[in-house]
Design a protein around this ligand. Structure first.
Ligand code: SAM
Length: 205
């Protein structure tokens, strides 16, 4: 399953900020209120790891975080982040290859699921869903198309750019909401960003 962003690790955050300003950050931070004290959290595809510092700002201690990221250069940057007194386990591998205890209270998948073709989305999705406790929360951010012409243009440009630089497999958005629905997850809260092009959603198992 090809969605390894290693080649982009040195410019990813700068490019994201140039194109989207703070929208990618705001969308992810918006969801963090759902994290409660002493939770066990799974982060998949956290990129350079800035999300760890945002989480630490809210909870400087008491969290058990497992951080799974496939790209070694992304992981190297993530390991340098300030995580306060939270306990973080870094795993540099693909989530579908990792054997973890099935007792997470919360999963975070920030701009992960939109990178896969339909068939692989289902595989990645199942491997994450299986690690969650009953009634766990899944905080997901993804791009979404809501009918504005420029969204298609921007999306196509991104897919082509990351296919060329990183070999990303997707060339269109897979059915992410459908996947949550078919697997019995309930959408309990959502907010849109950047002209509705970015969806931040809280699902409950
Ligand atoms: C589009 S980037 C988003 C990075 C970060 N969440 C952000 O918003 O800045 C997707 C990230 O997921 C990682 N990734 C892709 N497939 C993965 C997998 N199967 N397991 C773990 N990480 C994966 C990529 O290497 C990349 O860092």
């Amino acid at each position: 399953m090809a969605a390894n962003y290693n080649n982009s690790a040195w410019f990813y955050d700068s490019l994201a900020r140039l194109v989207y300003g703070n929208a990618l950050i705001n969308a992810q931070v918006y969801l963090l209120k759902r994290i409660s004290l002493n939770s066990k959290i799974l982060i998949v595809g956290g990129g350079t790891g800035w999300i760890l510092e945002e989480i630490t700002r809210i909870h400087p201690s008491g969290l058990q975080i497992t951080y799974v990221e496939i790209a070694p250069d992304m992981m190297a940057q993530s390991k340098k982040r300030n995580v306060g007194n939270n306990q973080v386990t870094f795993i540099n591998d693909a989530i579908e290859n990792v054997d973890l205890p099935k007792d997470f209270d919360i999963a975070l998948t920030p701009f992960l699921l939109d990178n896969f073709i339909e068939e692989n989305l289902n595989k990645i999705f199942s491997s994450i869903a299986a690690l969650l406790k009953p009634k766990a929360f899944w905080l997901n951010t993804s791009f979404q198309l809501t009918g504005k012409w420029w969204q298609q243009v921007l999306l196509k440009t991104m897919f082509i750019f990351f296919k060329v630089t990183c070999g990303i497999e997707a060339s269109k958005l897979p059915g992410i909401d459908k996947c949550f629905e078919e697997n019995g997850f309930k959408l309990i809260e959502q907010q849109s960003f950047f002209g509705d092009f970015i969806g931040a959603k809280i699902f409950k198992k």
